[in-house]
Design a protein around this ligand. Structure first.
Ligand code: S3P
Length: 440
């Protein structure tokens, strides 16, 4: 099913909003809950297509899971060695996190499994996980992209691995394989990346040693069931944080958002551009820091985005490019070549989209140069990338004519009620039910 968003210009963004649960934490909660001993309760679970793909994969491997019902999920854990062979290949849709993290878990099983996904996932690089897993002793058949066939019954050895790219997915994959390995698995990252796996393993009673950028664990332990409260996803909140920063008039409160220091690059970057963002009611919920985020209208100015912020804002660049388009002067991003291998090539797709609405955007191999200017109306192809589709919906807050965005169905992978929340806050977006992309 394809879907088109049609967004009319508007200039105000107001209200108190709760965006859906964190995608990264929701995936990990299903995985660790399934592998734990006892019953795990999850609150605030993201009922998006990506996290539901992870949930369905564990159901297919014999784990009894109730829900999601009003964002609650109950998992009857089977223990680290209790999964059963699925009767068919696991289909993981659009979800790179499911594929890469599951690879680590599957490498340690006593059965073989095949994993595949949609056209976008089938283009994404998997050697970054299959190579170190093979060094650990796993046996994986792949041509470098999905599908992956992971053969069971291999003895895994701990590994001492330095990540060539700052990737939380690769780090997490190897730590999860490390649960099944003999000896110690240590992963060193070139820069800080999201640490939800480490935090959640500790919450499930599994000892994890962390020193600077190096994290280690010993194989052969146990996970104890836990209760998990998933905070709202800062990556989803980011659309409204940018929206309020670029609107002519705005005062938005985003409730109960995860502000893990490894995820707040979007706040750091926008503040440097002059955004008016304040954090309230800061607290810790289930091992993750949370706050209510208030954002008021501001005049942004262009900056050189500090390289160290890139991994901390890696999913937020589509909407940060919109912020740059609305800022005075030039914004320059470098050191972000990873954006080329996300759900789409986000450097190319965003540069094309920005040009289609009259913005001077020059893609570079590892980033983009954007001159702030007047956003015009136009037609955007999101290339099935959820974050590109949502970013251009937000851009309409500064556009002088209607923006039409094609291929938006994948918004449901991370933010199923995006359009409704955007409308509530003042964005004039609609998605006509009976217009298919091809017919327009
Ligand atoms: C994720 C890590 C990031 C991010 C992705 C989710 C995770 O990917 O882009 O959306 O949950 O670990 P990389 O590890 O490839 O940077």
């Amino acid at each position: 099913m394809t879907q088109t968003f049609i967004v009319k210009p508007s200039s105000k963004l107001h209200g108190t909003l709760r965006v859906p649960g964190d995608k990264s934490i929701s995936h990990r909660a299903i995985m660790l809950g399934a592998l734990a001993e006892g019953t795990t309760h999850i609150n605030g679970f993201l009922e998006g297509e990506d996290t539901l793909a992870t949930l369905a994969a564990f159901q297919a491997m014999g784990v009894s899971i109730e829900g999601p019902h009003q964002r609650e999920v109950t998992i009857h854990g089977v223990g680290l060695h209790g999964l059963q062979a699925p009767s068919a290949p696991l289909y993981l849709g659009n979800s790179g996190t499911s594929m890469r993290l599951l690879s680590g878990i599957m490498a340690g099983q006593a059965f073989s499994v095949e994993m595949g996904g949609d056209a976008s996932l089938s283009r994404r690089p998997m050697r970054r996980v299959t190579e170190p897993l093979t060094t650990m002793g796993a046996w994986i058949e792949t041509k470098g992209t999905p599908p992956l066939k992971i053969h069971g019954r291999q003895r895994l050895q701990g590994i001492n691995y330095t990540l060539p790219v700052a990737s939380a997915q690769v780090k997490s994959c190897l730590l999860l394989a490390g649960l099944y390995a003999q000896g110690t698995t240590c992963v060193t990252a070139p820069a800080p990346t999201r640490d939800h796996t480490e935090r959640m393993l500790a919450g499930f009673g599994y000892p994890v040693q962390q020193k600077g950028l190096r994290v280690c664990l010993q194989g052969g332990g146990k996970l104890q069931a836990n209760s998990i409260e998933v905070p709202a996803d800062i990556s989803s909140a980011a659309f409204f944080i940018v929206g309020a920063s670029i609107a002519q008039s705005a005062d938005v409160l985003l409730e109960h958002v995860g502000i893990n220091p490894t995820r707040i690059g979007v706040i750091n970057i926008l503040r440097q551009m002059g955004a008016d963002i304040s954090l309230h009611n800061q607290r810790e919920v289930g091992g993750e820091p949370v706050a209510d985020i208030r954002v008021c209208a501001s005049q942004l100015h262009g900056i050189e985005i500090p390289k160290e912020q890139v991994p901390l804002a890696i999913d937020e660049f589509p909407v940060l490019f919109i912020a740059a388009a609305c800022a005075t002067g030039e914004t320059v991003l470098t050191g972000a070549q990873e954006l080329r291998v996300k759900e789409s090539d986000r450097i190319q797709v965003m540069a094309e989209g920005l040009r289609a609405v009259g913005i001077n955007a020059q893609p570079t191999p590892d980033g983009m140069k954007i001159q702030g200017g007047q956003i015009r109306g136009g037609v955007i192809n999101s290339h099935g990338d959820h974050r590109v589709a949502m970013a251009f919906t937000i851009a309409a807050l500064r556009a002088n004519d209607t923006i039409t965005i094609k291929d938006c169905a994948n918004v449901a992978t991370s933010f199923p009620n995006f359009l409704e929340l955007a409308q509530t806050a003042g964005i004039q977006a609609r998605s006509p039910k009976f217009i298919l992309d091809e017919k327009e």
